[in-house]
Design a protein around this ligand. Structure first.
Ligand SMILES: Cc1cc2nc3c(=O)[nH]c(=O)nc-3n(C[C@H](O)[C@H](O)[C@H](O)COP(=O)(O)OP(=O)(O)OC[C@H]3O[C@@H](n4cnc5c(N)ncnc54)[C@H](O)[C@@H]3O)c2cc1C
Length: 498
């Protein structure tokens, strides 16, 4: 195998986050390559769905049509309490503003990884499989990386190498958090006596289990700190039929028998940790390498894709000399709070799922709230990610938010003009005033002129006269009038001084 010994950015890990990041870097003009320890993509089934920001990230690069058909409305659950799609207020302004990417959609992680692997191949990014990173040494001039295929040199190293990140450890970035208190299993099995099990989530003093909805699908959650610590320490040990059956028997207090496993089972704990900084010198972290938490509510993959699209264009601008190094500080300030929120969202669920009486009582209260339209709509908005933003609003309330669906006269949407990975400037002034101000940034800004009213989703957006959208879909500047105040500052801040 030929591995290029030098590059501007070396991404470690070809999971969903490493692939997405490498693609964004390539679009920004960086010389990037990936090294991946596995010789083949991971066959394990993990995430089953993507949220709205992930769907929109794919959409911005023209990849959404290749994603699975959205089919049914996916609303998810909170601590095992199913969120009823019929209770959601789908006319809620935040949900409507992001409806073009069709809300959350079912899409397996394997499918997403395959789609992203094709995307990076089209962009000419080398994915060097079977290469394990074993040493990292940052010098004044570069980062020296020891790999199983020999030494490599890179200006920037990004660890997208998962929760047990070698890059994080070798760079000396801490990973504080709490020890796990439960261990969970998920399996598809032949059940000899399914009548012994209840349906849906069934709770007990020891935890909970779920049987169904597909025949043979079982999941358990066992609150047992000693077992959880053991499972975390022994994470590479294959999950056996006996182990799943024993857990199911303990939490169901039955002698149910599993006779065979029909797919590779998974084991997880509520190990919850976050790096206190996503960067040390020229080494950065993204995805599970920067944060881990239990997979409740399907947030991990989405959080990592959010990291990748936030970091990609910024690091790309730094390595191509368009922006100063301090642009990267905003990666940490924007993405660490997003990670901290997801960790809290899963901690809240762990608290609700404990087997003790207080947690059971609290579960009853939350179940009542989630049985209302307002409660379910609140949870669905949080899980779907439509209210995500990267900071407080600027002069316009949309600044910092994800760009809403903005339909143009020709039937396209504003984001359809950003497939190349740059900024998109909407200019609805008759005299193209914003376009002239942005002329110096013409290499990274695509201008969309539209002199008629755009079909928009909420009354206050109908007045939008101009908008600057960052490559990651965040609104950098917006105005309801022909006033250009703030536009040049936003361009300087995000696209570099010219
Ligand atoms: C059972 C389960 C269910 C889940 N369900 C959901 C869900 O419903 N929704 C959701 O959003 N998330 C879910 N997740 C979480 C999601 O799978 C992860 O958040 C996601 O895989 C993180 O992607 P990543 O690219 O950061 O890391 P990974 O997918 O872990 O990829 C890291 C890559 O780095 C490689 N690597 C590691 N070390 C090295 C090294 N030293 N050198 C070279 N390569 C290396 C690995 O081989 C791997 O391919 C689930 C996880 C589990 C376990």
């Amino acid at each position: 195998m030929f591995v290029k010994r030098e590059c501007e950015v070396l991404v470690v890990g070809a999971g969903p986050v490493g692939l997405m990041l490498a693609a964004e870097l390539a679009l920004a003009g960086a010389d990037v390559q990936i090294v991946e320890r596995r010789t083949e993509p991971d066959p394990d089934s993990k995430a089953q769905s993507i949220n709205v920001p992930t769907a929109e990230a794919l959409d911005r690069r023209g990849l959404l049509p290749a994603a699975a058909d959205p089919g049914q409305r996916f609303t998810g659950h909170f601590a095992g309490l199913a969120l009823d799609p019929d209770l959601v207020d789908w006319a809620d302004a935040d949900l409507v503003a992001h409806s073009a990417a069709n809300r959350c959609r079912m899409m397996t992680q394997r499918h997403l990884e395959a789609l992203l692997a094709e995307h990076v191949a089209r962009l000419g990014v080398a994915v060097n499989r079977g290469v394990d990173v074993v040493a990292v040494d940052e010098t004044v001039a570069d980062v020296q990386v020891g790999t199983s295929a020999g030494p490599m040199r890179t200006a920037w190293l990004v660890g997208c190498d998962g929760g047990h990140s070698t890059v994080r450890r070798l760079a000396g970035i801490e990973f504080p958090g709490a020890e796990p208190e439960f261990v969970g299993y998920q399996a598809i099995a032949e059940v000899a006596d399914p009548e012994k099990l209840g349906t849906g989530w069934v709770w007990s003093q020891r935890g909970a289990y779920r049987s169904g909805p597909q025949p043979g699908r079982v999941a358990t959650l066992e609150f047992d700190a000693a077992r959880a610590r053991l499972a975390r320490g022994d994470r590479s040990a294959p999950v056996t039929l006996d182990e799943v059956q024993a857990s199911l028997r303990r939490v169901s207090a039955t002698d149910v028998t599993l006779t065979a496993l029909r797919a590779t089972p998974t084991r997880w704990t509520d190990n919850t940790r976050q790096a206190p900084s996503y960067r040390r010198g020229h080494v950065l972290l993204a995805g599970d390498a920067a944060h881990v938490h239990p997979p409740f509510g399907g947030q991990g993959l989405n959080l990592g894709i959010g990291d990748a699209v936030n970091l990609g264009w910024k690091l790309g601008a730094v390595v191509t000399g368009l922006a100063a190094d301090d642009l990267l500080d905003t990666y940490d300030t924007e993405r660490r709070p997003a990670g901290a929120w997801v960790l809290d969202w899963t901690r809240a669920q762990t608290g609700l799922m404990r087997g003790d009486d207080k947690s059971a009582a609290l579960r009853g209260v939350v179940a009542d709230l989630l049985g209302t339209s307002a409660g379910t709509t609140y949870a669905v908005k949080k899980i779907s990610g439509v209210t995500q933003r990267v900071g407080p609003p600027g002069d316009h309330e949309l600044v910092g938010a994800l760009v809403p669906d903005l339909w143009l006269r020709d039937g396209s949407r504003l984001v359809d003009h950003g497939h190349g990975g740059g900024f998109v400037l909407l200019d609805r002034t008759p005299e193209a005033a914003f376009t002239r101000l942005a002329a110096a940034w013409g290499d990274v800004v695509t201008v969309v002129a539209d002199d008629t009213v755009i079909t928009v989703v909420a009354d206050d957006e109908a007045a939008l006269m101009g908008a600057l959208v960052r490559p990651d879909g965040v609104m950098a500047w917006a105005t309801d009038t022909g006033d250009s105040a703030g536009l040049v500052d936003a361009l300087r801040r995000w696209a570099g001084a010219r």
